[in-house]
Design a protein around this ligand. Structure first.
Ligand code: NDP
Ligand code: A1CAB
Length: 274
């Protein structure tokens, strides 16, 4: 029988993963999502045909996998309330919460549980997600495969052996869609200031990013080589790249990603106390 997956929390991230799972062929009636208010759940139920529940305990009763997808700040309360129901069932736990260590989550849920920590990103919604996964020692090979299957349904999966590396994953992919969206905003504004309509500039910028990513993924050339191929000597691209390098783009990116990874570690200290 196919695995039954319950999402605790039905917000941006859960919605993105559920949408991607269904597009890739998961049966909607094997998926349950919970939220305190039915208002959040109705669109998921109506649009995707999944099961919904406002009672977390009831939703984990039949689950083989429980995906924790609430904000880190309320995770402790949510886990502790579900403890008895989780211990009665002992499903595979997959947490997508930033920061919170597997050991802490396991403790909040009553202990002795197989826990996979996953750092996904929102492009999961369109099947183009990128997730970093870490398994605690209780996770069996079949559960690892199940977690891989679930997250591969919505994109690329990379396992890490050291849990601390999920902080780097957060910086490289979990938070990173926002960096590219910021770039789109900046390019749209700059394109508009050069005379294009904002809509035209946005469409051109997005298609270019899509094309560049697709090309880089399909090519055996490095990004540096692909970049050089666009830069005719004495031409326009060279001028733009000189400007970006001169203004310290690499340092800015490094600083931003350091800040992101550092925040993930701070969150573990602030919220992960047992
Ligand atoms: N957004 C992103 O890009 C990424 C997010 N994450 C992680 O995903 C998790 C969720 O983030 P995100 O989806 O953005 O947050 P959202 O606020 O969009 O979703 C959280 C959901 O949890 C619901 N909720 C609140 N209390 C409960 C409860 N007691 N039981 C069940 N559901 C509850 C909320 O309902 P209500 O609104 O009614 O309170 C809301 O629907 C976080 O831990 C975050 O770190 C990880 C990677 C990327
Ligand atoms: O900003 C956040 O905390 C979450 C985790 C990664 C992406 N969004």
């Amino acid at each position: 029988m196919a695995s039954r997956v319950t999402f605790i929390g039905a917000g941006n991230m859960a919605g993105a993963i559920i949408g991607g799972m269904i597009d890739s062929g998961f049966a909607p009636d094997a998926i349950t999502a919970t939220s305190p208010s039915d208002e959040m759940l109705a669109p998921l139920r109506d649009r995707l045909g999944i099961r919904t529940e406002t009672d977390n305990d009831a939703a984990v009763e039949q689950a083989d996998v429980v995906v924790l997808a609430v904000k880190p700040q309320i995770m402790r309360e949510v886990c502790e309330k579900m403890r008895s129901a989780i211990q009665a069932r002992r499903p595979l736990i997959i947490s997508v919460a930033a920061g919170l260590p597997a050991e802490t989550l396991e403790h909040w849920l009553g202990g002795e549980l197989a826990v996979v920590r996953c750092m996904p990103n929102t492009p999961s919604l369109v099947g183009a997600g990128a997730s970093g996964l870490y398994a605690n020692t209780r996770v069996e090979a079949s559960q690892r495969e199940l977690a891989t299957e679930l997250m591969e349904a919505v994109g690329l999966v990379e396992w890490v052996d050291d849990e601390a590396l999920l902080e780097a994953v957060t910086a490289v992919s979990g938070s990173a869609p926002a960096y590219f969206f910021l770039m789109f905003e900046a390019m749209e504004e700059a394109g508009a200031s050069l005379g294009l309509s904002a809509d035209t500039a946005r469409r051109l910028a997005m298609q270019t990013a899509y094309g560049a990513a697709k090309m880089a993924m399909q090519s055996d050339k490095t990004p540096a080589e692909l970049k050089r191929n666009v830069m005719s000597p004495g031409g326009t691209t060279e001028r733009a790249i000189e400007h970006l390098e001169g203004a310290g783009l690499r340092r800015i990116v490094q600083d931003a990603m350091n800040a992101c990874a550092h925040r993930a570690s701070e969150m573990a200290d602030e919220l992960g106390k047992r």
